[in-house]
Design a protein around this ligand. Structure first.
Ligand SMILES: Cc1ncc(COP(=O)(O)O)c(C=O)c1O
Length: 433
C-alpha cells in the first residue's frame, strides 16, 4: 500500500459484525499491484485519461481467471445440465453442481442444498417474498425493514404486504448513518414475522451488526433475511455464526459475471417453501393437471439455469479466497477511510454515513452541484463515479438530498487514484463555483 497518509487512515481492528464474528488482519504481504494487473479492463484510457473505476458498488470488474473460466466452459464443455446422458452434459452438470458446493463453502452453509442459484440479490429476495410470504404471511403480520434498504429489499416486501394485507415497519437511521438500535425493542414485537436488512448500506457504507440483529429477531420468533449484496465480496461471511435464515447476494459485485447470484436458505426453512417458477427441471413427475416437485434447491430452479454464470461465480470465489476476505476488507475500508478524510479538504463538501467503520464506499454531496453534473464532469477525466439516488430514494429523502455522488472501491483500487479523484473534484469545485 502506498502513501503515509493512507497507512495512517487504516482503521485499527474494525469489528465489522459488531458481534465479534470476524477479525481483521492487515496484510502487507498481498501484492495489490500484481493483482490489479489481472484485470484487463483497468489498463485503458477513457476520454484521454487513465481509467479510474470507482463504481464497484454497482458492479465490479472481472479478473482474467474468471474470463478464462467462462471461455473455457463455452469452448470445451457447453451443454445443458441434469438432462443429457452424454459426456458434455455430465461435465456441465458436474461444474454447475460443484459451483453450488463452492458457494456453500464460501458462506459456510451446512450443505450445498441450502444454496439456490438465482439471477442475483434482487431475484433472491423476490423468491423469499413470493414463496415464504405467499405461504406463511397473514393479514396484519409485520415485516420489519430499515430506512436504509435498497429498493431491491423494499419493493418486493411492499408488493407482498399489499397482496397479503400485511404491514411494513422500519428501523430508523440516525443522522450519523447508523441504525437506531435503541428503537429495536419497540419495533421487534411478536407480530414481526420477518426482519430483512442490508449488511452494508450501498449509499452510506454503514456496516450493520448482523449477528446482533439476527439474535434479536430470533427472540420474537421472526425469520431474518440479510441483503449481502455489498458485503459478500468484501468480507468473510459465515451464515451459521451470523445466525440468519436467508442471505442474498450477487456474483457481479464480487468479480463474477452478471446474471448470477444465490440465495442461502437454512435447510429446514427452505424445505417448507413452495415452488415459485414452474417449468422443466423442478419437477419429479407431471400429469396434465398436477405435478410434484423436487426438493430444495432444485425446486426453485425451473428451466435451463445460468450454467456459465455459476461456473464464473465459482471462478470468482476461487480468485478471491487466496487473496483473503479479511485482507480485502482491510484494504477497501482503508481506501474508504482515506477518501473520506481527503474529501473534507474540498470546500462545501458534505459526507453521508458513519465517520468510522464504513464499508468500501463514500457518498457525498458537493455544495450546489447536482450529482449528475459532478459525475459527468468526472467522466471527462476518466473517473467513473456514480451520481443519483442509488436505488435508495427513501434514504435520500431521510437525509434531505435528491441524490449523492458515490465513490466505491475494490481491492484493485489505489490511494493514488483517490488522490487523483480529489484533484478532479477540486477542479469541479472551481468549475461550478
Ligand atoms: C444493498 C444492495 N441490495 C441489493 C442490490 C441489488 O443487486 P442486484 O441488482 O445485483 O440484484 C444492490 C445493488 O446495487 C445493493 O447495493
Amino acid at each position: 500500500m502506498d502513501g503515509a497518509a493512507f497507512s495512517a487512515a487504516i482503521p485499527a481492528g474494525v469489528d465489522w459484525c459488531a458481534g465479534a464474528d470476524c477479525v481483521v488482519h492487515h496484510s502487507a504481504a498481498v501484492e495489490w499491484n500484481l493483482i490489479r494487473a489481472e484485470f484487463p479492463i483497468l489498463a485503458q484510457e477513457v476520454n484521454g485519461h487513465p481509467l479510474i473505476y470507482f463504481d464497484n458498488a454497482a458492479t465490479t470488474q472481472k479478473p482474467r481467471p474468471v474470463l478464462d473460466a467462462l471461455q473455457n466452459y463455452y469452448e470445451h464443455n457447453n451443454a445443458n445440465v441434469h438432462r443429457g446422458l452424454h459426456e458434455l452434459s455430465s461435465r456441465a452438470t458436474e461444474a454447475y453442481e460443484s459451483a453450488r458446493q463452492r458457494v456453500a463453502l464460501y458462506l459456510n452453509a451446512a450443505s450445498a442444498d441450502e444454496i439456490v442459484f438465482t439471477r442475483g440479490t434482487t431475484e433472491s429476495i423476490n423468491l423469499v417474498a413470493q414463496t415464504w410470504g405467499g405461504k406463511f404471511l397473514r393479514p396484519n403480520d409485520v415485516i420489519l425493514l430499515t430506512e436504509m434498504e435498497h429498493h431491491s429489499n423494499l419493493v418486493p416486501w411492499q408488493l407482498l404486504a399489499e397482496r397479503m394485507g400485511a404491514q411494513l415497519r422500519f428501523v430508523p437511521v440516525r443522522d450519523d448513518g447508523t441504525l437506531a438500535l435503541e428503537e429495536l425493542p419497540g419495533l421487534l414485537t411478536p407480530e414481526v414475522k420477518l426482519f430483512a436488512f442490508t449488511h452494508i448500506s450501498n449509499s452510506l457504507g454503514t456496516i450493520n451488526p448482523v449477528t446482533q440483529l439476527c439474535r434479536e429477531a430470533r427472540r420474537v420468533g421472526a425469520l431474518t433475511l440479510v441483503d449481502a449484496a455489498q458485503s459478500a465480496g468484501h468480507l468473510p461471511l459465515d451464515v451459521q455464526s451470523l445466525g440468519c435464515d436467508f442471505l442474498a447476494f450477487s456474483g457481479h459485485k464480487m468479480c463474477g459475471p452478471t446474471g448470477i447470484g444465490a440465495l442461502y436458505g437454512r435447510a429446514d426453512v427452505l424445505e417448507t417453501l413452495p415452488p415459485w417458477h414452474g417449468g422443466g427441471e423442478m419437477i419429479v413427475s407431471v400429469s396434465l393437471t398436477k405435478s410434484s416437485y423436487k426438493q430444495a434447491p432444485h425446486r426453485f430452479e425451473a428451466g435451463t439455469p445460468n450454467i456459465a454464470g455459476a461456473i464464473g461465480l465459482a471462478a470468482a470465489i476461487d480468485y478471491l479466497e487466496p487473496i483473503g476476505r479479511p485482507e480485502i476488507f482491510a484494504h477497501d475500508s482503508a481506501l474508504a477511510a482515506y477518501a473520506a478524510q481527503r474529501l473534507t479538504e474540498i470546500p462545501g463538501m458534505r459526507l453521508l454515513g458513519p465517520s468510522e467503520e464504513r464499508g468500501a464506499l463514500v457518498g457525498f454531496v458537493m455544495d450546489s452541484v447536482h450529482p449528475h453534473d459532478l459525475t459527468t464532469f468526472a467522466d471527462q477525466y476518466g473517473l467513473a463515479l456514480r451520481g443519483g439516488h442509488h436505488c435508495n430514494q427513501p434514504l435520500m429523502k431521510r437525509f434531505g438530498v435528491p441524490g449523492t455522488t458515490r465513490a466505491s472501491f475494490y481491492f484493485y483500487n489505489t490511494s493514488a487514484e483517490i488522490d487523483r479523484m480529489i484533484e478532479i473534484l477540486q477542479a469541479a469545485h472551481r468549475f461550478f463555483a
